[in-house]
Design a protein around this ligand. Structure first.
Ligand code: GUN
Length: 292
């Protein structure tokens, strides 16, 4: 078993981004700037946004966190997005999901200027990704592709099984793995809650991407010998064993599955760290206008 070590890879890539950020500052007199909007008080979302802001600082980006009460109207949120779209000092703009029920996430996603959509959720970016054109790629799938690339894993011809069809991870991941690119060129099966026999689909996989949000859903009996196992799960459970008061569990039962895998990501220390690197790379590209 080999570890896909998110801690190591993300530190290496962050170092490159930091250098590019310094070059950008020297040539333009300003820093790449990411704005994150957070609505309400979801504990996990607050943690993720704080981590994004901290990582911006680490690489020399400017970052702004706009935090609204849970009862902000959709209209007021859209007005703020319009204002930030028009602000030339803002390079990247994200709205942390999920949003409260009275706000339509599709309307919010489409309101963000696709040239600032460093989450890669806007239909223009999704469409361009599907057609293999320059675009912002959603941060988690982007981070996973960067990790496979870093370890020189040639995925051409492999059968990839993605578990979970979310807009944020599963769906874009299935597109990227199927694309004519490296990594990529996989034959992809996208499984979801209505798939008849998920266990059997996963058993056929050369690469498994688990993105369902269920602790230890993927067990050893579901994994083929030598498979590559990518765990996107960040399932939080209250625990007094850790400083934060939470313990994180993956969608994969790491202890059981690792001995069978050729490569595997740990949780924590795997995909989560790569997601932030994906976002930072997109923000730098937005500042440099190298895509749009
Ligand atoms: N919620 C969970 N993951 C993400 C993400 O990558 N971006 C945003 N905006 N919200 C999320």
């Amino acid at each position: 078993m080999n570890l896909l070590d998110g801690k190591h890879v993300s530190a290496k890539i962050r170092e490159n981004i930091k250098q590019e950020s310094a070059t950008f500052l020297a040539s333009t007199g300003r820093r790449p700037h990411l704005v994150a909007i957070l609505v309400g008080n979801d504990g996990a979302s607050e943690t993720y946004v704080a981590s994004k802001m901290r990582n911006c600082e680490l690489v020399g980006f400017e970052s702004t966190n706009i935090h609204y009460d849970v009862d902000i109207s959709e209209e007021a949120l859209l007005a703020k997005i319009d204002e930030l779209n028009a602000d030339p000092t803002v390079d990247g703009l994200i709205v942390q999901l999920p949003l409260p029920k009275h706000i339509n996430p599709e309307r919010v996603t489409e309101a963000i200027d696709h040239r600032k959509d460093v989450d890669g959720f806007h239909p223009v970016n999704l469409g361009r990704m599907q057609r293999n054109l320059p675009c912002f790629i959603p941060a988690t799938p982007y981070g996973i592709m960067l990790m496979l690339e870093y370890y020189g894993i040639d995925t051409a011809g492999m059968h990839a099984v993605v578990v979970g069809r979310s807009n944020i991870v599963g769906s874009p991941m299935s597109i990227l793995l199927a694309r004519n690119s490296n990594p990529g060129n996989c034959t992809v099966t996208l499984t979801h809650s209505r798939t008849k026999d998920i266990e059997n689909e996963v058993r056929r996989a050369d690469i498994v991407v688990a993105a369902i949000g269920k602790k230890h859903f993927i067990t050893a009996d579901m994994v083929k010998d030598g498979a590559i196992v990518i765990d996107v799960g960040i399932n939080r459970e209250v625990s007094d064993e850790t400083k934060s008061g939470y313990r994180l569990y993956g969608d994969v039962d790491f202890e059981q599955v690792a001995p069978k895998a050729s490569w595997i990501t740990p949780v924590p220390g795997g995909v989560g760290l790569m997601t932030i690197v994906g976002l930072l790379k997109n923000t730098l590209e937005a500042a440099k206008h190298s895509i749009y």
